[in-house]
Design a protein around this ligand. Sequence first.
Ligand code: NAD
Ligand code: IPM
Ligand code: MN
Length: 356
Amino acid sequence: MSKRIILLPGDGIGREIIGSAKTVLDAVAEKYGHTFNFEHHTIGGAAYEEHGTPLADETIEACLQADAILLGAVGGKKWDTLPPQLRPEQGLLKIRKALGLFANIRPIKGFAPLLHASPLKEEVILGSDILIIRELTGGLYFGEPRERREDGNVAVDTLLYHRTEIERIVEQAFESAMLRNKHLTSVDKANVLESSRLWREIVEEKSKAYPEVTVEHMLVDAAAMKLITDPTHFDVMVTENLFGDILSDEASVLTGSIGMLPSASLSKNIGLYEPVHGSAPDIAGKGIANPLGMILSAALMLRYSFELDKEASEIEAAVNKTLESGYHTADLDIKNGKKVGTSEMTDLVVNQIKRK
Ligand code: NAD
Ligand code: IPM
Ligand code: MN
């Protein structure tokens, strides 16, 4: 199989971990006789430095022509004082909108060797396996108006959803639930928000087409609590953009570190794969970032965009084996483990792939 993949390293640790994904994909390509051609482009602060904008039109054009996209992370102190439309984060929002990446899939499954690395009790997280489906191109992130008024002393953001936007993400969630344990939790704030009441209505309507799926509605504040008191309660969760952003960072503690969490951002035609974490300015440049969320995002790319399920599973197994051998990066709190940096962790995973 021959594929064209765009690499968007971004900023901070994004620039360090993107190479880990590429190295792992090169090893998979060699072993299975695939050809992955990589093309680098900038996004975020790096794109601002190169093009004066956090996402250049030519980058969007290249992404539209590609088979899939891998993204590191964007953001950094240097660009925090830029006008809002020039901030690195705007590059990320723009690419999601431009490519129509409405479904952000964030699987949260602990690796057995890391169960004791979570701040939560092992018996609480044992067996937890959650798929968070986050709506990614609507809600507060994109609703208009969004502005300052009255000499900057009043600020407005708008939580806006169209029926069709909710329908497509809810459908995606039901389809995912059908492939898993057929338990769907729709998270909203329908006791307060009008957009949540429309969301809940649509979930009820759509549920008629999926009688095998058990559906429950949960308010977001209660869901935030239940995620860490009773995570095995959940199978598939579906929620709007901002709730999904917050709940997925919270859920990352189940895996021991946010550095472990991959994600897939999907449109009907293309996928962009990115770890859930940010550019981690506090550790950038030190060579200690955990590359596994990025590497596992590459595995999701193989599975969802290229239907290379065997190869994807092989990467996941190689990560598991490496962790089983006691290796971990500094973000994981493991007693008596073998602490390694980004490149060493990457090599260990690659060695596992080559060995089998
Ligand atoms: P962050 O996710 O970058 O970092 C939170 C904490 O987790 C930090 O202590 C960091 O060191 C640690 N961490 C994150 N990823 C890690 C990894 N792979 N290995 C080891 N430790 C890791 O969130 P933040 O500090 O709130 O944000 C920093 C910047 O990143 C901001 O500019 C923010 O806007 C941006 N951001 C970008 C994305 C993205 O590009 N998808 C996501 C979140 C935040
Ligand atoms: C994420 C990030 C982004 C978001 C930011 C950087 C715009 O936190 O991908 O989770 O809020 O979507
Ligand atoms: Mn986030």
